[in-house]
Design a protein around this ligand. Structure first.
Ligand code: SF4
Length: 435
């Protein structure tokens, strides 16, 4: 059998210095993850135990979805509940009972903690155990924190999946298995499944699954690959269950997808010929689709504020496949082990920053005068008002962006704001000429 060729790269940013900042930060809290996770695990419900602010956050972020097929809600703990923790626990139990009696389709319930002090005083893990006993064999009840004090927005998914790891069944065979970890839209999961099957890799599982009844089994022969770079706690919990992490670049863009699939293929002993056969057409199609975006993005300067932890893989994609120049790449947290391939593939002069001191970073951004800034919603409006073109980081998490088929869509997410800005400038120039 021929070995599949490993990725080639020089050291890139492997040992590059990182500017670490621990000041004020502007980023959504971990509750935001509910917006994409509720679509994935179709028999789960996310009950935020929080304040009216939390309820507004998830309702406005979710937009109209809440009216369609609600799989999340908020148990509002207000001042009345401050009178006594016992009352707050009773109130929570009452809300859960009411919810579960109305919605027998719910098979998994997450109690999601938040930051108001009255919620912090509630022990949600005890509440989850107490309610689990009551709904034994009917509904799994788990808890995690989405609080803005402990989590940035993608860390909500990490906390949720980490809370699920103890629930995964024990693998009862010696057969090697592969699990893809990270919430992927169904369409992307189906594409990857087809690609694995084409390589002869049957039975690759996805975590989280679409149903709480299809949790993947884990054991010492389980290998797992991350589909998202922000799953540090989940990876740690899986490793503690005996599974082995296969580090890889993340499947963004043609190169990232190819290398991610190649590492999966290597682990299953797929031959180089079979890998080539299975990936060539999709790879070439994706490369062609990227060309028109390259024409627009090449040479443009981009600045990343820390937001989703997707920044480093996305910067790698934009610089290597679309020719963009990286001015600063900020990330809320830099997991060196999980990002080692990505760091090695970045241009060696990339300025990396971890954490945030928002005013200082805004000054650096203005001084760089980039063509495009990737940032949270809170920073986007003021920067746009200053004439700086922005891309909302949250859109990159909501949209299907993994894999070959989505590579051009991902590039387009960066090209679109530049197009919009050009159009505004053109319209403005015409108005000036006409007047
Ligand atoms: Fe709720 Fe805290 Fe998030 Fe605000 S930051 S929405 S209070 S969890």
């Amino acid at each position: 059998m021929n070995a599949v060729i490993p990725i080639q790269s020089d050291a890139g940013c492997t040992d590059a210095p990182v500017l670490r900042e621990r000041g004020q930060r502007e980023v959504f809290c971990g509750l935001t993850g509910i917006i994409w996770m509720h679509r994935k695990i179709q028999d789960a419900f996310f009950l935020v135990v929080g304040s009216r602010t939390c309820a507004h956050l998830i309702q406005s972020a979710a937009g109209v979805m809440i009216f369609a097929e609600p799989r999340f809600g908020t148990a509002i703990i207000d001042e009345r509940d401050l009178a006594g923790i016992a009352d707050a626990n009773e109130e929570l139990d009452r809300v859960v009972r009411q919810l579960l009696s109305r919605r027998p389709d719910i098979k998994m319930l997450f109690l999601v903690g938040s930051c108001p002090s009255e919620v912090i005083k509630l022990d949600l893990s005890r509440a989850a155990s107490r309610l689990s006993r009551e709904y034994l064999n009917k509904v799994r009840i788990l808890n995690y924190s989405g609080s803005g004090i402990e989590t940035t927005f993608t860390q909500g998914e990490d906390a949720c999946l980490a809370s699920l790891v103890p629930e995964l069944p024990v693998a009862d065979t010696d057969e090697a298995s592969l699990v893809v970890v990270g919430c992927l839209p169904d369409v992307v999961e189906d594409q990857f499944s087809r690609m694995f099957s084409a390589m002869g890799m049957e039975g690759v599982q996805f975590f989280p699954p679409r149903s709480s009844r299809s949790l993947p089994a884990v054991g010492p022969n389980t290998r797992f690959m991350l589909a998202q770079p922000f799953l540090g706690e989940t990876a740690r919990a899986l490793t503690e269950r005996g599974a082995t992490h296969l580090a890889a670049p993340f499947p963004f863009g043609v190169e990232g997808t190819t290398e991610w699939l190649r590492i999966a293929a290597n682990s299953a002993g797929v031959s180089a010929e079979r890998f080539e056969q299975a990936t060539r057409l999709s790879r070439e199609r994706a490369q062609r689709a990227l060309e028109r975006h390259r024409a627009r993005l090449e040479g443009k300067r981009i600045f990343f504020f820390p937001d989703s932890q997707l920044e480093i893989p996305l910067a790698r994609f934009l610089s290597r496949e679309l020719g963009m120049t990286l001015t600063e790449v900020g990330t809320p947290y830099l997991h060196r082990e999980h990002l080692k391939h990505e760091l090695a593939m970045l241009p060696s002069n990339t300025v990396l920053s971890e954490g945030q001191d928002v005013d200082k970073q805004l000054d650096r951004c203005r001084a760089q005068a980039p063509d495009l800034v990737v940032c949270g919603l809170g920073l986007a409006n003021p920067l746009e008002a200053e004439g700086i073109t922005t891309k909302w980081a949250i859109e990159l998490v909501f949209s299907p962006v993994h894999g070959y088929e989505q590579s051009a869509d991902l590039a387009e997410l960066f090209a679109r704001p530049l197009l919009r800005r050009e159009k505004i400038s053109r319209d403005h120039a015409q108005e000036v000429t006409c007047s």
